[in-house]
Design a binder for this molecule. Sequence first.
Ligand code: 5GP
Ligand code: ZN
Length: 133
Amino acid sequence: MECLFCRIVAGEIPARQVYADEHAVAFLDINPWHVGHTLVVPRRHVDDLLGKPEALTEIAPAISAVSRLLVDRLAADGLNLLSSSGISAGQEVFHLHVHLVPRYAHRPGLRELMVKEQGIDLDRVHHQIVGEH
Ligand code: 5GP
Ligand code: ZN
C-alpha cells in the first residue's frame, strides 16, 4: 500500500486518532497550523474532492462530530474547514482530507492562514461561472 493516509487508516503508520466511524477516520495533523489542527479522511481511498465529490457526503458526519469535539475540548473560539484538490491547490497528500483548524481569539483571522490575490475582476468571474456558454 503506497498511500500514506491509507496506511494510517489501516493502522500501519501511527497517528494521533481523535475520532473514527464506519466511513471516516480523523487524526491530528503532524505539522499543525494551530493547536488541534485535525485531518478527516474517508476510510476508502479517494484522491481528492474533484475526483469523487460524493465522498464528502460520506465524511460529513465525521466532519460535524470532530468540529464539535475540537471546539468543546480545546475551548476554541472558531474553526476553519479546508480541503485542497490538486497540486495547484497545494495538495500534498493525494488521499482526500479535510483540514479542521480550531481558531483562538488571541490568533484571529483567516488572513493569518492565506494571502489574498489583488485585482480580480469579480464581474468577469461571475459571468464565467453563471453566464451563457
Ligand atoms: P495537504 O497539503 O495535502 O492539504 O495536507 C497534507 C497534510 O498532511 C499536511 O498538513 C501535513 O502536515 C499532513 N501530514 C503529512 N504527513 C503526515 C503524517 O505522516 N501524519 C500526519 N498525522 N499528518 C501528516
Ligand atoms: Zn489512500
